[in-house]
Ligand binder design. Structure first.
Ligand code: NAP
Length: 303
């Protein structure tokens, strides 16, 4: 089956509506920069010019939130953001994450000790050329052995010192989220959630109920949901859309607090993802996608 590849709708991200990260409004259609570095989120992009074009086009098409981390590359996504977009346009929010770094063997290493988090925030300020980080997600890892309250406490101190405006949590449990809220307002939650993997449904429900923006990572299951699988194909055909667009439309409809941060290296896919805003799935279509065994058996991420 073929899918349309020319831009039919020419939509703008603002048409997704907005949510607020604490006091910072953003469009619910946003962009994640993890795909910009080379394969395995390591090293330089295969096509550096296209990487810069993707970032500029994202902003041109109304995206007001970029999700990044210094460990993408490492230091590659952030450098491209600065090169392509600094000085930043008004209203553009750059959200980052701390609590992780990359080993020289490309491994992902937890760095959640308070002093590591403080150094990371200072480095982010410097590299992103910002006086205050608008949103910092704590990417907490239980196995690192640092108590959650200690890691969060470091970010709270940095917020009190004016280095951070809003705090978000990533890879968080409901218990950690509610405990954190007793200490500081939580402006966003970033957990794994997509059509394939809905184990954090309870956290999405909580965020929806209490008005906390929820930005699922791997919204396209790292590309698996771009494939012609089960009802993704038939529903895509019905809407003159692509499977990836249907997967994003499904996600968007799950909650008014849902913020989409699909990542891509190509302007064509970026535009396609924004154009998914034209698709409104009905309840039957939502259910058909949720209940399909073929979709449920897709890998929700891979390394
Ligand atoms: N908090 C965390 O721990 C955490 C973890 C992982 C990710 N994140 C954030 O979440 C963001 C999203 O995750 P992700 O970018 O890794 O994965 P994703 O959005 O689920 O999928 C990205 C993959 O989908 C493909 N793709 C994108 N648009 C497509 C389209 N229209 N049709 C077909 N394929 C398409 C991309 O390939 P092409 O490049 O070829 O388009 C890429 O391989 C990241 O960028 C990052 O900001 C956070």
């Amino acid at each position: 089956m073929t899918f349309p590849n020319e831009r039919k709708h020419e939509l703008n991200a603002s048409q997704a509506g907005t949510v607020t990260l604490g006091d910072l409004p953003i469009a619910r259609m946003a962009f994640g920069t993890m795909q910009l570095p080379g394969p395995g989120v390591w090293g330089e992009p295969r096509d550096p010019q296209e990487a810069r074009r993707v970032l500029r086009r994202a902003v041109e098409l109304g995206i007001t939130y970029l999700d990044t981390a210094s460990y993408y590359g490492p230091l590659v996504s952030d450098r491209f953001i600065v090169e392509a977009l600094s000085p930043y346009p008004d209203g553009l929010i750059i959200g980052t994450k701390v609590g992780c770094w990359r080993g020289s063997d490309k491994s992902w290493i937890a760095e959640t000790r308070p002093e590591q988090l403080k150094t990371s925030v200072e480095d982010n300020l410097d590299r992103l050329r910002l006086e205050q980080l608008p949103l910092v997600h704590l990417r907490y890892a239980e196995h690192a052995g640092v108590p959650f309250e200690d890691s969060l406490g470091a970010l709270i101190e940095l917020r009190q010192a004016g280095k951070i405006r809003q705090i978000g949590l990533s890879g968080v449990t409901l218990e950690q989220l509610t405990a954190a809220q007793k200490l500081v307002p939580i402006a966003s939650v970033q957990n794994l959630y997509n059509l394939v993997d809905r184990r954090d449904e309870n956290i999405l429900e909580y965020c929806t109920k209490f008005g906390i923006p929820f930005m699922p990572y791997f919204p396209l299951a790292m590309g698996s949901l771009g494939r012609e699988v089960g009802p993704l194909t038939t529903i895509a055909h019905r809407h003159h859309a692509t499977p990836a667009q249907v997967a994003l439309a499904w996600l968007r409809a799950r909650s008014p607090q849902m913020v989409l941060i699909p990542g891509t290296r190509s302007v064509a896919h970026l535009e396609e993802n924004i154009d998914s805003l034209a698709i409104q799935l009905d309840a039957q279509e939502q259910r058909a996608l949720e209940e399909n065994a073929e979709i449920a058996s897709l890998p929700s991420f891979h390394h």
